[in-house]
Design a protein around this ligand. Structure first.
Ligand code: SF4
Length: 323
């Protein structure tokens, strides 16, 4: 019963996603959207030709994105803003079909200016905005400026909304950048040409760009880049991870050193105040099982601790020197 209910819910969410995509984004195989241009070309092209069915987590993530937009729109309305449009569609005027749907465009008819606000709903709000978010925003501002030549696109911002502990965070201060915009349009032309050639059978493999997000790519298993024994393009990601792990160890050692020094002081002197903080020695009691005693007890009943232990597995990343 409950399995059936889950399947029904997932199928309904899938249908909802398809309906919403068709209603707002149209047939995505006929144009390149802002997220297509920033992604690996092979992934973008295969996704257009063989769109994979989204799993439950992806479907829920999509819904979270829509919910964030609705929350922000409702807040703007209550705050008395009425000078914005939602889901403004903008297209590139050139031969390559590039199109974007802007979450919020604020318009001043008096000053003839526009500003773009892109809403994101990440699992965790990063310290700095992701490169892909910024790429999308630059493309949106460029397309908006091209589509509305009577207006000046003044600025853009990214609003990250987190439904957990982090709340909201605004990344602002972006202005249209011609060089970045034209670079993105050139990149779009290359991807589009490869898309046409691959669809016609004139290109065996589109360009591939290995990156840290390959693990979320539905075309990894048959990706030629991952057929090789050594994937050199991941070098930077692994080096950054190793460096961070080093820093983490050093940091932990430094934290423990400082903690024990301060504890040694308050252990002798008692609680003290410094820089608005109260330092004191605290004692917590933790209960632990006396395994030996329990084992002896169980043996009296013909059992041992092993009879009540079970194994469970979990996945983790192991990094060690290759032979
Ligand atoms: S696995 Fe990585 S390189 Fe291969 S297609 Fe996917 S994103 Fe591109």
């Amino acid at each position: 019963m409950s399995d059936q209910l889950m399947l029904t819910l997932q199928a309904a969410l899938q249908q909802l996603a398809i309906q919403q995509t068709e209603a707002t984004l149209g047939d995505r195989s006929t144009y390149l959207g802002a997220s297509d241009i920033g992604a690996c070309p092979r992934k973008t092209i295969l996704r257009k030709l063989h769109a994979p069915e989204a799993d439950l987590v992806t479907l829920l993530r999509q819904r979270r994105g829509h919910m964030a937009e609705e929350v922000v729109a409702a807040a703007f309305m209550i705050a008395g803003f009425s000078n914005f449009q939602r889901q403004t569609e903008v297209r590139h005027a050139g031969a390559v079909p590039v199109m974007a749907h802007l979450d919020f465009v604020f318009i001043s008819e008096v000053r003839k200016t526009m500003a773009v606000l892109e809403v994101k709903a990440p699992e965790n709000i990063p310290e700095h905005p992701y490169g892909a978010w910024e790429t999308q925003l630059y493309l949106q501002m460029g397309l908006l400026a091209d589509s509305f030549p009577d207006y000046t696109v003044e600025k853009g911002a990214i609003l990250a909304v987190n439904f957990g502990d982090q709340g909201m965070r605004l990344f602002g201060g972006y202005t249209p950048q011609d060089t970045i915009y034209h670079g993105l349009i050139d990149r779009a032309a290359t991807i589009w040409n490869q898309y046409q050639a691959y669809s016609a059978g004139d290109l065996a493999t589109p360009s591939m760009e290995v990156g840290p997000l390959c693990g979320y790519c539905p075309f990894l298993l048959d990706c030629p880049k991952f057929e090789a024994e050594e994937v050199r393009e991941l070098t930077e990601s692994v080096e950054v991870l190793l460096e961070l792990q080093h820093q983490q160890k050093d940091l932990e050692a430094e934290v423990n050193y400082r903690k024990s020094n301060l504890l040694a002081i308050v252990a002798q002197r008692g609680p003290l105040k410094t820089c608005g903080h109260l330092l004191r020695k605290a004692v917590r009691t933790r209960k632990s099982l006396d395994a030996d005693q329990l084992n002896q007890f169980l043996q009296g009943y013909g059992h041992s601790l092993n009879d009540f232990q079970k194994s469970s597995s979990y996945a983790f990343l192991e990094v060690k020197k290759a032979a």
